[in-house]
Design a protein around this ligand. Structure first.
Ligand SMILES: NC(=O)c1ccc[n+]([C@@H]2O[C@H](COP(=O)([O-])OP(=O)(O)OC[C@H]3O[C@@H](n4cnc5c(N)ncnc54)[C@H](O)[C@@H]3O)[C@@H](O)[C@H]2O)c1
Ligand SMILES: [Zn+2]
Ligand SMILES: [Zn+2]
Length: 338
């Protein structure tokens, strides 16, 4: 079978490998059908991931069909369509014990710390394979994982009905968050520096959009919210500056959710946090969110394909990476067919 492997930073190849074998009773063999390219895959390729190890078969957003099951697998059978939850955790450390395994001390993510989904076959633990509705197409279901990120973010931000929610960045993640925040009843304001991204946000029913290049973000937020500020601000642009903006434009008793991997410090005066008792929290991956998101997908409550800008064959991986590197504004989510 073929696998897309980053041998070392800057060196990505399609390599020939043995089809992996089920070694434990609680594992399943999945034939991969579709996989999405995420910013973190590109970081691993560029050598800028703070966590990845090499050589690595990348990819953590993937769906496929069960082709073999271990002895101790009852709830899945050959032919089932599944999405793979890409995290492995210890179950014993403090975060695991309090139900937050996504930030386990020994966290391992498929495609980052262990070989991932950019290969024709993968063996995963049965608990990591979630079945979804037969009626969903592969190119829809491949967006389940990014929507679990959005689900987590909106949970961390505790979005309530009629909250003003400000989402910075309308890339695929920002647009998934927009859809989830709307589903939770938020009034959504989206900013980006690219007009084409704002058009996409409007098409997905953003209530307001702000062009952060040409408009003053803070005064726009004040105007839209009658001086109150956004109740929940989510930084899906993930720059040092947008983190500062987030704290600056959030209302008293509001929540700020950050989700970036940027290591450059932001300047945030403590009084800005104290005066309105802001809650600032991180959001990473997801905690047991697959069932909820799959239910929404099965019932077609979300519009996953709106995030897709390119569908390519996995053999075009180098062209796909080039598209992302060129920072073309027309590029949003690229999905690969296997
Ligand atoms: N914590 C997690 O679990 C998690 C998971 C997935 C992605 N992420 C992070 O989320 C971020 C978004 O992911 P993505 O795939 O949508 O990335 P992306 O690069 O496609 O989108 C970022 C968007 O932000 C916009 N932007 C840049 N500067 C801005 C500014 N000053 N104001 C407003 N918008 C601005 C860009 O034009 C772009 O549209 C990335 O940084 C990624 O690493 C985190
Ligand atoms: Zn991802
Ligand atoms: Zn743990």
């Amino acid at each position: 079978m073929k696998a897309i492997q980053v041998l070392k930073p800057g060196d990505i190849q399609i390599v020939e490998r043995e089809i992996p074998k089920i070694e434990n009773d609680d594992e399943v063999l999945v034939k991969v059908k579709y996989a999405g390219i995420c910013g973190s895959d590109i970081h691993i390729y560029h050598g800028t991931s703070p966590v990845a190890t090499y050589p690595r078969v990348i990819g953590h957003e993937f769906v496929g069909e069960i082709v073999e099951t271990g002895q101790n697998v009852m709830h899945l059978k050959t032919g089932d369509k599944v999405v793979v939850e890409p995290i492995y955790y210890c179950g014993k450390c403090y975060p695991c014990k309090i139900g937050r395994p996504n930030v386990c001390e020994k966290l391992e993510v498929l495609g980052v710390h262990r070989d991932g989904g950019f290969q024709e076959y993968v063996v995963v633990k049965k608990a990591n394979a979630h079945k979804f509705g037969e009626h969903l197409r592969w190119d829809e279901a491949v967006l389940i994982e990014p929507f679990t990120i959005a689900c987590q973010v909106t949970w961390r931000g505790d979005i309530r009905e009629d909250d003003f929610v400000f989402i910075q960045g309308a890339g695929p993640i920002g647009l998934a968050i927009l859809q989830y925040a709307k589903y939770r009843g938020g009034i959504c304001i989206v900013s980006d520096i690219a007009e084409s991204k704002l058009t996409e946000a409007k098409n997905l029913e953003a209530d307001y959009v702000i062009n952060a290049m040409t408009q003053d973000v803070a005064s726009e937020i004040r105007r839209i919210t009658n001086g109150m500020g956004a109740n929940v601000t989510i930084d899906a642009a993930c720059t040092p500056k947008t983190f500062e903006t987030a704290v600056n434009v959030t209302s008293s008793a509001g929540r700020v959710v950050v989700m970036g991997f940027n290591e450059i410090p932001s300047q945030i005066p403590q009084f800005m946090v104290t005066k309105g008792e802001l809650t600032i929290c991180g959001s990473r991956l997801q905690t047991n969110k697959f069932p909820e998101v799959i239910e929404l997908f099965n019932n077609r409550k979300l519009n996953p394909t709106a995030l897709i800008s390119h569908r390519m064959h996995y053999t075009q991986i180098k062209e796909a990476i080039k598209l992302v590197e060129d920072k073309n504004q027309q590029v949003s989510k690229i999905i690969l067919e296997f």
